[in-house]
Write a protein that binds this ligand. Structure first.
Ligand code: ADP
Ligand code: ADP
Length: 229
């Protein structure tokens, strides 16, 4: 059995009289330690899949098996524990706490998680030791995204879920962030899933899952992903 196996997953949103089918029978698998890109245009249903994998949203139908457990069957208490301990999130706009330093932002995440790693070692891993006492407003966009990656991986998660992590960054800084994510995947064995609309990112992944109009359109496995330099 694959590390992640999502099968016939459906999610509909009701807005007044209208129903939007965001995920229309999504099926795919991911192996442990892979770097995965979920690729598709805006509105395709990518964030819905990511939110369901992260326990931030629940599906209407289907199986979402992560490391042998169907999280689609979780109650609210189990979902909260899963989000705290098993998943790290990286967002496009960092979502850092503005009145806490870089180090404190990472520490906050580790305080509510059971498997947490050492805060300073994690900051070093993302190359941010020299900036740990700075507040988010004193850091560049790339540095803020590094803090958010440190915050996510300090929980020692099973899964690192990234929603357009380079979307707010210039090309060069975005590349550095992708390198950090690729290195994290390689060095820690964490399964990393990145959603993006940018097909230029596809060559760096072990697996590229294309989603369009609420369905999986193709899955490509890449035997030799391009290392980000
Ligand atoms: P993507 O991440 O690929 O841009 P999303 O998963 O965010 O796509 O959205 C898929 C579809 O579901 C879109 O039509 C979107 O408008 C709709 N949708 C997403 N979230 C909600 C929500 N909370 N309420 C209503 N509709 C939503
Ligand atoms: P880039 O994202 O291209 O690195 P910036 O020009 O935003 O760009 O930042 C360059 C350097 O200056 C970074 O190391 C950043 O931490 C630092 N820096 C930017 N703004 C501030 C600030 N308000 N206070 C302290 N350092 C800053």
């Amino acid at each position: 059995m694959s590390y992640i196996q999502i099968t016939d997953e459906y999610k509909r949103y009701k807005i007044g009289e209208n129903v939007v089918v965001a995920n229309d029978g999504i099926t795919f698998s991911v192996e442990k330690g892979e770097l995965v890109i979920i690729l598709g245009p805006s509105g395709a249903g990518k964030s819905t899949v990511l939110n369901i994998l992260g326990g931030m949203d629940t599906c209407d139908e289907g199986q979402v098996i992560i490391d042998g457990t169907d999280i689609a069957k979780f109650n609210n208490r189990q979902l909260t524990s899963y989000r705290r301990n098993d998943v790290g999130f990286v967002f496009q706009f960092y979502n850092l706490v503005q009145n806490l330093t870089a180090r404190e932002n990472v520490e906050l995440a580790t305080q509510i998680s059971k498997n947490a790693l050492d805060v300073d070692q994690t900051l070093e891993l993302v190359g941010l030791s020299h900036r740990k006492d700075n507040f988010p407003s004193q850091l560049s966009g790339g540095e803020q995204q590094r803090v958010s990656i440190a915050r996510a991986i300090a929980k020692n998660p099973k899964l690192l879920l990234c929603d357009e992590p380079t979307g707010a960054l210039d090309y060069k800084t975005g590349k550095q962030i992708l390198k950090t994510l690729q290195d994290t995947c390689k060095n820690t064995g964490t399964t990393v899933i990145i959603i993006t609309h940018n097909s230029a990112l596809a060559p760096i992944a072990n697996r590229v899952i294309k989603i369009n109009d609420a369905k999986v359109r193709s899955v490509e496995i890449n035997q030799s992903p391009v290392p980000v330099e």
